[in-house]
Design a protein. Structure first.
Length: 194
């Protein structure tokens, strides 16, 4: 057994273009094989990571996006949906942008086609963002989907409600610079693995 055959969680995250938390969820859900060293560190077979990448490439080839990132935005305010659309389209990046107005419609949209990135508000009518995200994170097959929350709710109140640890949280007003950086990171990771 050589060091080249096994990856740390950080190396696996870099190769997959996802967060450490996402890799940990993938291991716990069985989407990635892993074992623990005597010191308690996870080691992931490179072949398991490559299998995930192969499945992802196959899915990309079938979805007709032509390599574009699929971004789903769950936001109930029509003015903010318009702002998201106009700002994100001005970036001229290879993105497929979809919008929904509540958590229930978000679940349906994810079920129809899993986005690469979900950007969600937390306070929405009907099913709120907290419930939608909890339900999505219960599904191991969605572990590779990045979730960003953009909310006016104070961070300590968000923490009390218990969002999963791998969810990125930004405050309002919408920090488009940070969102664009996140999207560019995902695009760069996709190009490295293509």
């Amino acid at each position: 057994m050589t060091d080249q055959e096994y990856l740390s969680t950080r190396q696996a995250a870099q190769r997959l273009g996802v967060s450490l938390g996402t890799v940990q969820n993938m291991v716990e859900s069985g989407a990635l094989e892993a074992w623990k060293t005597a010191g308690g560190h996870r080691r992931i077979p490179a072949t398991s990571v490559e299998a995930v990448l192969t499945r992802r490439r196959a899915a990309l080839g079938k979805d007709g996006n032509g390599g574009a990132l699929d971004v789903l935005i769950a936001e109930d305010e029509p003015m903010l949906r318009t702002l998201y659309q106009s700002t994100i389209e001005s970036w001229n990046l290879p993105l497929r942008l979809r919008m929904v107005a509540n958590g229930f419609d978000g679940l349906i949209a994810v079920g129809q086609s899993t986005p690469d990135i979900l950007i969600a508000d937390l306070m929405m009518p009907g099913m709120d963002g907290f419930e939608m995200i909890r339900r999505l994170r219960q599904k191991p097959e969605l572990a590779q989907m990045d979730i960003i929350v953009i909310s006016a709710i104070e961070r300590h109140l968000i923490a009390e409600k218990g969002l999963p640890a791998d969810v990125t949280v930004f405050g309002k007003p919408i920090p488009f610079h940070e969102v664009k950086g996140f999207v560019l990171g995902r695009l760069a990771a996709r190009q490295r693995t293509a």
